[in-house]
Design a protein around this ligand. Sequence first.
Ligand code: FAD
Ligand code: 2HG
Ligand code: ZN
Length: 481
Amino acid sequence: FGSTATTVQRDPSFSILSSDDIDYFVEILGEKNVFQDEDKLSTANMDWMRKYKGSSKLLLQPRCTEEVSQILKYCNSRRLAVVPQGGNTGLVGGSVPVFDEVIVNIGCMNNIISFDKVSGILVCEAGCILENLDSFLINQGFLMPLDLGAKGSCQIGGNVSTNAGGLRFVRYGSLHGNVLGIEAVLADGSVIDMLGTLRKDNTGYDLKHLFIGSEGSLGIVTKVSILTPLKLSSINLAFLACNDYLSCQKLLLEARRKLGEILSAFEFLDHESMGMVLTHLEGIRNPLPSSMYNFYVLIETTGSDESYDKEKLEAFLLRSMEGGLISDGVVAQDINQASSFWRIREGITEALMKAGAVYKYDLSLPVEKMYNLVEEMRLRLGLSAKVLGYGHLGDANLHLNVSTLQYDDSILAQIEPFVYEWTSKHRGSISAEHGLGLMKANEIYYTKSPETVRLMVSIKKLLDPNGILNPYKVLPHSPLP
Ligand code: FAD
Ligand code: 2HG
Ligand code: ZN
């Protein structure tokens, strides 16, 4: 388990669930949406990695904003702690209870409310699954501005609440830019309608941004309005090999320079990550099998002119080959081949789960320094662990993962706080895109100043004075310095 999970204590100011509470919830939601059975609860109490486990006795599934509002109003008056849950794919222990918090899962709120084909603005309920939204949009000639390996389960409300990044970030940017509006329910049950559909609106503080990335600690997001880009017709994907990390960096610079406006993804994985996927996932083939290279890079282009885009990509690849930046490479010939390439990159997280225990770090670091950390970590851990480096190189976001057969405190002590100190020393972020959750709530000071954290605590107190929303997560448990 992560170091934080073992040290946090239940806040005694929270009430213990009573049978009267259950009666109230049944009254407002109906019996079908109030779950106390072991099966359903054991799934909802455990996170995707099976690393964080709570002991909630109650799962609620509201069907509309009004029900969410009634639930929170009641929980606030009774001082019942709540954990908002979406698809439960989060990787920092934020989406499951730590103790007996009531789980509020909004998966039943999954309607598309409107889509404007001229502006590309989608308005939907927060429980919509990302992949379903993407499929809906593709039929309309558009697509979601974000894409992640968890798309089949994660919900747009969860994405917004974690400010998820993913594979299209390099092209379409952050949800802070794409989300145009939000409806959220505060801890006291008040519904805040910020569900605008305007690109520009400078009427005072733009409060929706507080909810983007606040991991369920300030309110429950119930509706989202999001700007979606057109799906362009010409997509190409190259799977490339580089011999060293310096070549990956130079390739990134060249891709920015030469592919410019059509570049839509730039991802990398190292030799160990490739090995992990080949060993633990079925039906995966290395597209460049003749030799195991040190690094692999996926470059995707998306544009509107098939022959122009192809020509551009081919010229870029040829020059990069001639210049020695690329050692080998292949361009996907059809959609199936492209998805088999993506499967390698997106499958690393799943392969790591199959390999045993995993210690996950999601870091923003200067691209030039990033891989030094992976190498230093390998030296520290020697043969006791596999150290993988991969991620969104185009966004300077490293996923450093340490894989061992079992969890072991002595391994954890060799990784932390070293990894956080290293990141802080290089002025990076200890959470590029996954959030702080329970895992890193106490580590926030490695990236944020005490003054900033103090302001965050004041905002939390203002919006959730009883602290019922996702307690023990995001903000530090230890006293402020
Ligand atoms: P959950 O896991 O259920 O919740 C995450 C957090 O948001 C919790 O703190 C929860 O309390 C809160 N929350 C959920 N819904 C709401 C709501 N409606 N209102 C308020 N709070 C809410 N992340 C990336 O950024 N980029 C990636 O590329 C990426 N790839 C992934 C690949 C895999 C295979 C997996 C398993 C995870 C990946 N993730 C990635 C992490 C995760 O999928 C994202 O953080 C995702 O956005 C979480 O959505 P969810 O619906 O599963 O939320
Ligand atoms: C990805 O980019 C996800 O694949 C998951 O953010 C990263 O498992 C991880 O560490
Ligand atoms: Zn990622």
